[in-house]
Ligand binder design. Structure first.
Ligand code: MG
Length: 162
C-alpha cells in the first residue's frame, strides 16, 4: 500500500465558472487558472501521482503548454489515474477537503463524488469529499481563494510497480 498527499489553492476571480470535482457550481466567481481551475481535481491528481512517486501535476501537464489552456482538469485526473494503473496500482480510497468560505458546497459534494467515481472507475464508497469554511480568516476565509487537500491510498495489484 502507498499513500499520497495533494494540496492546491486558486484565487477566486469574477466572471469565471466555479468548477470543483468536475461539477459547475452556481456562484458569481470562479477559480482562476490556466486550466479550468478545478482545484479539487488538481489536489487529487497530485495525491495520485505522489502515491506512485510519479512527480506532480505541473510536470505532467505544464501550465506553460497551450494544450492545457482551459483544460478539463477531470481529463487530466483521468490521465493521471491511467498512469498509476499502468504501474499496477488500484485506488484503495481517497479523501479530500475543500476550504471555501462561500458558496455552501455541501449540497454539491455528492455530485462531485459521482463525477470522481466515473473518472476514476472506483466505487463511490471509496471516495470522500468534505467542505469547510476558514472561519472568515486567511485567503479562503476572506473569499480571495479556495484551497483543497487530498489523500489517496494505492494498493498494489501485483503487477510491476517500478
Ligand atoms: Mg491547481
Amino acid at each position: 500500500m502507498r499513500v499520497g498527499i495533494g494540496y492546491d489553492l486558486h484565487r477566486l476571480e469574477a466572471g469565471r465558472p466555479l468548477i470543483l470535482g468536475g461539477v459547475e457550481i452556481p456562484f458569481d466567481k470562479g477559480l482562476a487558472g490556466h486550466s479550468d481551475g478545478d482545484a479539487l481535481a488538481h489536489a487529487i491528481t497530485d495525491a495520485l501521482l505522489g502515491a506512485a512517486a510519479l512527480g506532480n501535476i505541473g510536470q505532467h501537464f505544464p501550465d506553460t503548454d497551450p494544450a492545457y489552456k482551459n483544460a478539463d482538469s477531470m481529463a487530466l485526473l483521468s490521465k493521471a489515474s491511467d498512469l498509476v494503473r499502468e504501474r499496477g496500482y488500484t485506488i484503495g480510497n481517497l479523501d479530500a477537503n475543500i476550504i471555501a468560505q462561500q458558496p455552501k458546497l455541501n449540497p454539491h459534494l455528492d455530485a462531485m463524488r459521482a463525477r470522481l467515481c466515473e473518472v476514476l472507475g472506483i466505487d463511490i464508497g471509496r471516495i470522500s469529499v468534505k467542505a469547510k469554511t476558514n472561519e472568515l480568516v486567511g485567503p479562503e476565509g476572506r473569499g480571495e481563494a479556495m484551497s483543497t487537500q487530498a489523500v489517496v491510498l494505492l494498493e498494489s495489484g501485483g503487477l510491476p510497480t517500478a
